[in-house]
Design a binder for this molecule. Structure first.
Ligand code: MN
Length: 319
């Protein structure tokens, strides 16, 4: 998906709260944003005060919602650099088209991972000929400096590890949990899991104490580490936990993400993650001039136009 809803000021990774080296409970509200032509999402990252959780630097929660013909996900071709886009499909289906020539449907229970590296473009489109339903999370993963100029690539993961335990189904989306490792290839230590119950449930989830973690409720209501959460809220959990309690009184779905504190300052602007304003300006000019990012076929949706970066006074990364 894409940020083109706001004349975004660039956000650096440390202008909110510092990484916290202990367990905490920090509840924040996602903001509502519009993606593509009309899809309303809850944007939890970057947020205030929390801008990143490990290398996770962007988190949109879309749906669950029904849409009419022509609705759903309708994001035309747009570029990315310096990040991986990570799509977790819960309900509905979306067709991914990218400048490497991939045309891949993503369906419930599947993950698409697109590594932008030095530059890729893509479009994401719901079926246009019928009404439908969409429920998905799209996250971005910042690439570390050593990997952010790599060649672009795309990975479709049709089956994720599922573990049934204590009334929950745990789906491992990234990294390792309960001895199962998910397929997506990432470049810093990360974890992601979907935790779903159909009725009241209570479980202890093992965590890596060197990771920072956060939880977002995607459906129903849940308690995580004793904190009640509902959709639209992000619960940051800090580091230093080796397990966490998750419970629900009824059907619920929680997205749990974590990772090693990223340790590098990033600049996130529009669909780009970089380190300097010059890199952002160059990527913007290249996209608007039709350079670097290739061509996306398979959709008639118009290209997104990068917003004007020339007037922005970007802050230099710290440190
Ligand atoms: Mn995108």
């Amino acid at each position: 998906m894409s940020r083109h809803d706001e004349q975004s000021q660039p956000s650096d990774s440390h202008d909110g709260a510092d990484c916290i080296s202990k367990p905490v409970l920090e509840l924040s509200q996602a903001r509502t944003s519009i993606v593509g032509e009309a899809l309303s999402v809850r944007r939890a990252l970057p947020g205030k005060p929390r801008r990143m959780v490990g290398a996770w630097c962007f988190l949109d929660h879309a749906g669950p919602m029904d849409y009419e013909i022509g609705g759903g996900v309708t994001v035309g071709p747009h570029p990315h650099i310096g990040l991986q886009t990570f799509t977790w499909m819960i309900e509905g289906e979306v067709h991914h088209h990218d400048s490497l020539g991939n045309h891949q449907w993503i369906r419930p229970g599947q993950v698409n991972l697109m590594t932008a590296g030095h530059g890729i473009s893509h479009a994401e489109v719901s079926p246009m000929d019928r009404p439908g339903r969409v429920h998905a999370a799209q996250l971005w993963i910042a690439l570390p400096d050593s990997e952010r100029h790599r060649a672009p690539s795309f990975q479709h993961c049709p089956v994720m590890p599922r573990i049934e335990r204590d009334g929950f189904v745990f789906t491992v989306l990234v990294g390792e949990a309960f001895g199962h490792t998910a397929a997506p290839e990432v470049f810093t230590p990360l974890v992601g899991m979907d935790v779903t119950s159909k009725a009241a449930a209570r479980a202890k989830v093992p965590l890596r104490p060197d990771f920072e973690h956060a939880a977002m409720c995607l459906e129903g209501e849940a308690d995580v580490a004793g904190q009640h959460i509902v959709p639209g809220e992000l619960l940051y959990l800090g580091t230093g936990r080796d397990e966490i309690d998750i419970s629900s009184d009824d059907a619920a779905r929680v997205l749990l993400i974590g990772g090693a504190p990223f340790g590098e300052d990033i600049l996130l602007w529009w669909n780009f993650v970089a380190r300097t304003q010059e890199e952002l300006a160059e990527a913007t000019e290249d996209w608007n001039a039709g350079r670097r990012f290739g061509e996306v076929s398979g959709t008639d949706l118009p290209h997104l136009i990068a917003p004007d970066i020339s007037g922005l006074r970007l802050r230099a990364p710290q440190g």
